[in-house]
Design a protein around this ligand. Structure first.
Ligand SMILES: Cc1cc2nc3c(=O)[nH]c(=O)nc-3n(C[C@H](O)[C@H](O)[C@H](O)COP(=O)(O)O)c2cc1C
Length: 184
């Protein structure tokens, strides 16, 4: 039996009916046996202030602890103005600091995202990949899960109803688990 793989899932939206938070919940249902997803909600995370990075607020300390306890990270990003939303960038910045105490360092990762538009967060995802270079994270390359036209793929209760998208999520989770085991 392989060791369990613990994935930390972070969605870059605070919206109650967020498609990205819904997609993260769907992914949590589709992880392979032997893996789990814990969801970290970003609400309550204050805006980054470098004056506080040595003694960060409790929610930041909790975020950094959760990242360190996880074997891998799953980012589920909306696209805001062709990039990642500020709440997600803010979380990334907090957990990368202070210099020399980057909680993301060396973590295997996967990226996905949902948008009401046709492009399905592609531009935001490539910005996130660029950040991962400096964070020293190791994202899987494929499958690229870009959920376009999200309003047609989730029901009113936030359940993912599109079978082809479910299959992409299943493959993404399997790839992340395999990749994490290879790196460990
Ligand atoms: C400030 C803002 C900027 C946005 N910019 C984009 C964009 O660049 N590309 C895109 O596909 N959708 C864009 N959208 C629409 C989002 O895809 C849509 O609001 C989506 O539902 C956000 O994700 P969520 O449902 O997880 O909150 C934008 C929305 C907001 C509020």
């Amino acid at each position: 039996m392989s060791r369990p793989v613990r994935i930390l899932g972070i969605a870059g939206s605070l919206r109650r009916e967020s498609y990205n938070r819904a997609a993260l919940r769907a992914a949590a249902q589709l992880v392979p046996e032997g893996a789990t997803i814990d969801i970290f909600e970003l609400d309550g995370l204050p805006g980054f202030n470098q004056d506080e990075e040595q003694q960060p607020p409790a929610k930041v300390a909790e975020l950094k602890r959760s990242i360190r306890e996880a074997d891998a990270v799953l980012f589920v990003t909306p696209e805001y103005n062709y990039s990642v939303p500020g709440v997600l960038k803010n979380a990334i910045d907090w957990a990368s600091r202070p210099y020399g105490d980057n909680a993301w360092n060396g973590k295997p990762a996967a990226i996905m995202g949902a948008s009401i538009g046709a492009i399905g967060t592609a531009r935001a995802q490539y910005h996130l990949r660029q950040m991962m270079v400096f964070l020293n994270m190791f994202p899987i390359n494929q499958p690229e899960v870009m959920i376009g036209n999200a309003a047609a793929r989730f029901d009113a209760a936030g359940n993912l109803t599109h079978d082809a998208t479910k299959e992409f999520l299943r493959q993404l989770m399997q790839s992340l688990v395999d990749w994490t085991r290879r790196l460990s």
